[in-house]
Design a binder for this molecule. Structure first.
Ligand SMILES: Cc1cc2nc3c(=O)[nH]c(=O)nc-3n(C[C@H](O)[C@H](O)[C@H](O)COP(=O)(O)OP(=O)(O)OC[C@H]3O[C@@H](n4cnc5c(N)ncnc54)[C@H](O)[C@@H]3O)c2cc1C
Length: 443
């Protein structure tokens, strides 16, 4: 075989991949304007911004599909099933929700309000009010720490002491359920700054389906893992599993799990503050067991969100009859999710069925048809649920927004100060990084 020089390879690969990004403009060989690493929500948002600005770019994606942690599939249950993100938080202001109608998909409002089970019965009105008021009180106490301007502490330390027998439920709600980590591991500042996530919508066709639809027409190269990024004065050079690519700048949207695992090496090494930021923005654990219950055997409403009065950390949240179908999603988080997921899918399904039995009676095991349990912590290009800052780690989100040598930009859910851990936050961070890169290129 005739040897090909590295320089020639770079030029050839750049011109080959540039074509889809420059539809309607003259194709030129040579450097791309930008390379986006990752085709999740942040990468797609960045790509749409670059396409709108008529830039020549490519999105390289390690996995064999688009969407990252926002993934709808129909094979397992024969109906749309969101394995990752499902709730479209605050749809009125969510940038992804706003694009749904034009993309031909429907985002409808969640019924609103959550329910509480106490053993096998519904909580009475006063019990539910007490539960909700206690969550508000605990949340406020965490916020008070941040407002007092004192040093950051673990959110667990900021909790009121007198939560009584509601403590495990409150800890689950604010910790594993909201942040994918136990409150002992989460920065009070980070939790206090997180945007409200109480008003939700759902995409009837699946949140992943919506995000994937929004990637239509963008140049995405799948099954292409980036392993090295060399940032120099002229631009960036990326080593991928399919060869080298060069561009004037890059946007990296890989999760903090992937970055902390050293799956992408940077040349020269990233300045220390980036490593410190990433080290305090690790991914928590968030997993889900999907249970198919044909015929609604428990008589629950469509999209009912149900918690239990828990006695310890072995607890979950239930989204029943998702979008009026027969799928119920049992969601677990934090240390409990990590440990249970390590035991494997069977153990996760067994827990979910026992938990459903403890809430709704013994017919859960007989009534279930098909099941599925996620393993996000083992997905090689994700490695966890979503980021929550360790105490002292909140400023790291802003630190990651600073470009490296004006060429390398980070984006993704972790790179948002208030909407971290959400698709909307990832989307906005991708747009922001693309805007910054466009400004840099324009100079
Ligand atoms: C179980 C679960 C439930 C959730 N529920 C909700 C919810 O209801 N609502 C909500 O708003 N959010 C939810 N989230 C969080 C939400 O899914 C994420 O915040 C969001 O999808 C993150 O998008 P991203 O683009 O930042 O990252 P990702 O989705 O992780 O995208 C990054 C992409 O980069 C690719 N990649 C990584 N490394 C490389 C590499 N070296 N080379 C090339 N490509 C690479 C990955 O394959 C991936 O596709 C949930 C998350 C989980 C796990």
């Amino acid at each position: 075989m005739k040897p090909i020089s590295r320089r020639a390879f770079l030029a050839a690969s750049a011109s080959a991949v540039a074509a889809p990004a420059v539809a309607g403009t003259r194709q030129q060989p040579g450097m791309l304007d930008a390379i986006i690493v990752g085709a999740g929500a942040a990468g797609i948002a960045a790509g749409r911004r670059l396409a709108a600005a008529n830039k020549r770019f490519l999105i390289v994606e390690a996995a064999e599909r688009i969407g990252g942690r926002c993934f709808t599939e129909t094979q397992t249950f024969g109906a749309p099933y969101d394995r990752g993100a499902h709730a479209v938080h605050t749809p009125d202001i969510n940038p992804v929700a706003k694009l749904a109608a034009r993309a031909g998909l429907e985002v409808y409002p969640a019924p609103g309000g959550e329910k509480l089970r106490i053993g096998r019965r519904d909580a009475r009105t006063n019990e539910l009010e007490d539960y909700l008021a206690t969550i508000v009180r605990a949340n406020r106490a965490i916020g008070d720490v941040a407002r007092a301007g004192k040093a950051d502490v673990a959110a667990a330390q900021a909790l009121p002491k007198d939560l009584g027998d509601l403590r495990p439920s409150v800890e689950f709600y604010l910790g594993p359920h909201t942040c994918a980590k136990d409150l002992a591991e989460i920065s009070a500042f980070d939790l206090a700054r997180s945007a409200e996530r109480d008003v939700d919508g759902f995409c009837r066709q699946g949140f992943g389906a919506l995000v994937t639809r929004l990637a239509q027409g963008l140049p995405v190269q799948l099954a292409t893992a980036v392993s090295n990024i060399d940032v120099n004065r002229r631009g960036v050079e990326l080593r991928t599993s399919k060869g080298y690519l060069t561009a004037r700048g890059a946007i990296v949207t890989a999760s903090t799990g992937v970055l902390n695992a050293g799956k992408i090496r940077f040349e020269p090494e990233l300045p220390r503050r980036y490593g410190e930021a990433l080290g305090k923005l690790t991914l928590g654990h968030y997993e889900q067991v999907a249970l198919e219950f044909p015929g609604n055997p428990f008589g629950l409403q469509s999209d009912d969100l149900i918690f239990e009065k828990a006695s310890g950390p072995r607890t979950a949240a239930l989204l029943a009859n998702a979008s009026g179908g027969s799928l119920s999603l049992v969601r677990i988080g934090g240390t409990f999710a990590r440990d249970l997921a390590r035991e494997g899918e069977d153990a996760m399904v067994a827990f979910a069925l026992e938990w459903m039995t403890s809430l709704f009676g013994s017919q859960a095991k007989q009534a279930v048809k098909r099941t599925h349990a996620t393993q996000w912590a083992k997905e090689p290009w994700v490695l966890g649920g979503f980021s929550a800052a360790a105490p002292g780690g909140q400023p790291g989100r802003r630190a990651l927004m600073e470009p490296v040598r004006d060429r390398l930009f980070f984006a993704g859910e972790a790179v948002h100060e208030t909407q971290w851990g959400t698709v909307g936050g990832a989307w906005e961070s991708g747009e922001r990084a693309a805007d910054a890169l466009i400004r840099r290129i324009g100079r």
